[in-house]
Design a protein around this ligand. Structure first.
Ligand code: AMP
Length: 333
């Protein structure tokens, strides 16, 4: 499929050409027609999939090519969890909308609001905001949401993780209905679904697989070893390498238990975390690991999805995962 098949107008296609985009990504292919048709949309897609263009292109096209003059209050409100993401989206809007005269303002905390207020006063179509500062400006009556037609929640799962749920709901109540609401999230948790059900109507759903890429600040090494020699090699690595907080992955619970015993017998403080362990046992192991009381956590993939510990220095794939996704998930901890 090409961008021309998605019904986008010439100025937008021209700008995409300038960006060097040859063809739409899967999330763009699926989302743009739904957005253009005016439906609400729930999309599961991560950063790196091209999601920003997926939710902005059809809207920039609609607003940018409106014949009548535009007002002074925003028509589009995009909420994001972080300042960096807001900046990024704003830059994208400027790029994609450069031939249709799109006015976009970033509204985020951590910097003085005077400049943001100034820009808003000069007229604005797109507001790209983090929840806190947006609420401040609305409460100070510097920002009026009554003309907003498009309401977009980007990285909804992260916004909820960061504790913005009440802020998001409050802002949603300020945006008049009928409106078009788009929600993008890397994961579809029950909290995200619950938020979606209150802010959207008859939303259509799309999803794409996450891009299989690894953060570039992770060094990877492969060691060829006979199966029988693995326990010794593991001990050697843990003793002599600069390993601090280390996660060791095995394929099965039985293997996790065996590896843990082997480490403990040899004087390395370790704990296993797998589905045979109770929630409180897992919690205790995680706490001990976080506090540095144990150096090594031995885990299986299923349980590993819930682990989120800062400062992991090494991930050892004692047994290889079944697929590439799991590998990326393991080493991305
Ligand atoms: P995003 O997921 O929106 O953060 O986009 C990830 C990166 O992909 C950004 O650098 C975009 O500029 C780029 N990108 C978005 N759509 C396309 C496309 N259709 N072709 C090539 N690059 C793209």
């Amino acid at each position: 499929m090409r961008f021309t098949d998605l019904g986008l107008s010439e100025p937008i296609l021209h700008a995409l050409g300038d960006c060097g985009y040859d063809e739409p990504t899967p999330i763009q292919e699926k989302s743009i027609p739904i957005v253009a048709a005016g439906h609400d949309l729930i999309a599961s897609a991560q950063t790196g999939t091209g999601k920003t263009a997926a939710f902005t292109l059809a809207i920039i096209d609609d607003i940018g090519t409106r014949p009548s003059g535009k007002g002074d209050t925003p028509l589009v409100l995009i909420l994001t969890p972080t300042r960096e993401l807001a900046q990024q989206i704003d830059e994208n809007i400027r790029e994609y909308g450069k031939y249709v005269n799109t006015r976009s303002v970033v509204v985020v905390g951590g910097v003085s609001s005077a400049q943001q207020i100034n820009k808003i006063r000069q007229g604005v179509d797109f507001v790209v905001a983090t929840p806190g500062r947006l609420i401040d400006l609305v409460e100070q009556r510097e920002l009026d949401l009554r003309d907003v037609e498009f309401f977009i929640l980007d990285e909804a799962d992260r916004m909820l993780d960061m504790g913005f749920v009440h802020d998001v709901r409050r802002i949603s109540d300020w945006v008049p209905r009928p409106r078009q609401t788009l929600l993008f999230s890397a994961t579809m948790t029950s909290q995200v679904a619950s938020l979606a059900s209150t802010v959207q109507t008859n939303a259509q759903t799309v999803s794409v697989a996450p891009p299989a890429t690894v953060a570039d600040n992770i060094d990877q090494r492969v060691m060829y070893v006979d199966k029988a020699d693995k326990p010794e090699l593991l001990l050697d690595l843990l003793r002599h390498d600069d390993t601090e907080h280390t996660l060791v992955f095995t394929g099965t619970r039985v293997a996790a238990a065996m590896v843990t015993r082997h480490l403990e017998v040899n004087g390395v403080k370790a704990s296993a975390i797998h589905s045979d362990k109770s929630q409180s046992q897992r919690q205790r192991a995680l706490e001990a690991f976080t506090k540095g009381k144990i150096k090594v956590l031995v885990a299986t993939d299923i349980v590993a999805r819930g682990i989120d510990v800062d400062g992991i220095s090494h991930v050892i794939n004692y047994e290889l995962p079944d697929d590439a996704e799991n590998y990326i998930h393991r080493i991305g901890r």
